[in-house]
Ligand binder design. Structure first.
Ligand code: FES
Ligand code: FES
Length: 224
């Protein structure tokens, strides 16, 4: 596991002359940083779950059943396979954050499906993880902002280059929605981007920065 930063270390890093670009790079790394930290957590949790489940090969019984109503599901998150006993009322967001330890899916609207900050990509489509029941995700392939950042997808650099975030709270949701758009449409128009991102809200009002960032990522992807 990566060593946790102490507050004094963070303070030390933030002191002195920090250019706006350096700051934004660091801030952007907030999107990427969880990818490193949480992937390690992810592996650790996977190992714990795997142990409880008697191995990811499917052998053995899950021993971590919460109640009799819990159901066992298997899913892939950012390329890692998991097997969990989930309660019928658990949301996918709850599973990803509380059980797997990936904190990019946020909760701005209280799980009402109104803000898009909890967006992840499930089987290639952006979904609101707050409104998706975990027990319905058996066999699903999920991508979160951590996985997108770790894969080196150009949307991350494009968001940094275009200052497409301020506090960053909504950013993982925007990144997932944008990446899903680029997966299904490699040559989007600005109108396509605005339409795709219509369900994502940003309290810092960074809306004007998202279309150019997504269009830059599309251009970068075309080069590869
Ligand atoms: S938390 Fe707002 S849409 Fe899911
Ligand atoms: S960048 Fe702050 S909520 Fe969107």
């Amino acid at each position: 596991m990566p060593e946790e930063k102490k507050p004094e270390d963070i303070k030390k890093k933030g002191s002195g002359n920090v250019s706006r670009r350096t700051f934004l790079k660091d801030a952007g790394f907030v999107v990427g940083a969880p990818a490193i930290g949480t992937m390690a957590v992810s592996a650790e949790r996977a190992s714990a779950q795997d142990k409880a489940a008697g191995g990811q090969s499917g052998a053995g019984d899950v021993t971590a059943i919460r109640t009799e109503a819990a159901r066992t599901i298997q899913l892939t998150v950012n390329g890692d396979k998991y097997r969990f006993a989930v309660e019928p009322n658990w949301s996918l967001r709850q599973l990803i954050r509380d059980e797997i330890g990936l904190t990019s899916p946020k909760d701005w609207c209280g799980g009402l499906g109104a803000c898009g900050s909890c967006t992840v990509i499930m089987n290639g489509r952006p979904v609101l993880s707050c409104l998706t029941l975990a027990c319905e995700c058996d066999g699903a392939v999920i991508e979160t902002a951590e996985g997108i950042a770790k894969s080196g997808h150009p949307i991350i650099q494009a968001y940094i280059d275009h200052n497409a975030f301020q506090c960053g709270y909504c950013t993982p949701g925007f990144v997932c929605t944008s990446k899903a758009l680029l997966d299904r449409n490699g040559d989007p128009t600005e109108a396509d981007v605005r339409d795709a991102l219509g369900g994502n809200l940003c309290r810092c009002a960074t809306y004007q920065q998202h279309p150019p960032a997504v269009l830059q990522a599309a251009r970068e992807l075309k080069k590869t």
